[in-house]
Design a protein around this ligand. Sequence first.
Ligand code: ADP
Length: 483
Amino acid sequence: MRKSKQLLAFFKSLKFRLILFILVLAIVPSLILAAGLLNSYESRAVSIRESEILSQAKILANQIATSDYMNMDEEVESSTIQAQIDMLTTIYDGRVIIVDRNFRVYCDTYNLDDHKMIIAEEVIRSFRGEDITHYDSENHYIEMTIPISNPNDSSDKVLGVMLISVSTDNIQINQGYLRQIATIIVVIVAVAMVFFGVLMVLHFLKPFAKISEGISAIKEGYGDDCLQVNNYTETAQICDRFNQMLSRMKVMDDSRQEFVSNVSHELKTPMTSMKVLADSINTMPDAPVELYQEFMEDITNEIERETKIINDLLSLVKMDKSAADLNVTTVNVNELLEQILKRLQPIADKQKVELVLESFRPVTAEVDEVKITLAITNLVENAIKYNRNDGEGWVHVSLNADHQYFYLKVEDSGIGIPEESLEHIYERFYRVDKSHSREIGGTGLGLAIARNSILMHRGAIKVHSVLGEGTTFDVRIPLNYIA
Ligand code: ADP
């Protein structure tokens, strides 16, 4: 099972495909070249043989015509002509048949068809003066039919026809020999190409193996924390992308660790206070009831604080889930704002901060009511909490809209945020002034929750603040939810 998997992995590898490609590239052209050369050798050799035989046959035909060989008695046939005919058949390993004007075989070097009639198409055509040559590649012989006529006779009278068939076996033998050599050359080329191809492919693929090893090393936790294989532009790009991904993962991991340590710290603080308070009471068995009551009140406050942190954390965790968790409904934003401000009015009254709502037009939007309420509540609550306490403080909340978005502005006359803190205020547990924030019940999670909720609605949040003068948060949210 494992072996077949390994084999499958090898067949799917780039290494195997490149080797196969090189092999095909080396063998196919060699085979085509060899086949082409062998074929052209055959046709060239046959055509040389044909023209050789034709010229010899013509000379012989002329001699036959001029020697009056055809009119002699068989017994007194010209022995010189006969010798030449025999020589032609011996040299070319063939057969010569001479047919007279009556289509009767006058002479057959094989003595098989003597005195027979041959009325073949080629013979008739040659009696009309045509030279006919035919090569039978399957049975390996050349057939030739030529007229016998006296070149000195102006009437061009055809006295007879000479049929010659010559074997081309020696051409085939030569071709076979060449084929053997070609096969050996192709095999040598293929072996050499595979050998050098494998070496080349292994060499070229080395950087990729290096990348794989580097990634494994990083995964196992040893080696550098940065991948660098710059042999090719491609490997450099892969390493670059990998390093970017790695650093993003590190940032995420760091922020997760920081979050966990912040959570533990924040949850521990009220616990420590409670323990201190409880321990102090325990060490004072004779303490008056009033002191007990005071300590118990402090312990209750710490419990409330712990509950608030846990609730905020739960809200934040819910926000971190995918946007698909939004429970979108059509909400009357004017009414929603009125409800929120009504709920926050007691806190504003306690702080002596004037709370004003200004709605420029009726707005209905597709939003998750709970999450949007959480965001707006946090913004308005902050505007009240971080306000001046001389009775002159105010918070203006305004609502406007166009055809695409609704706009919410939360403006306050509060203490403002220092410029260097502006980029951190949305971070979890970030507080400009820790002790002041703690004093007024802040957890450092409010703005993180508000921002997450707004981003889940594909909205945007911006802050503008002047230290000592006030802060303005501008929120923009689409009227129709974009999934
Ligand atoms: P907290 O629970 O401490 O209010 P937030 O996340 O809501 O936490 O806010 C982060 C910090 O930003 C606060 O501690 C506070 O210092 C600052 N901040 C937020 N809103 C305002 C505001 N309207 N005016 C001044 N400072 C603000």
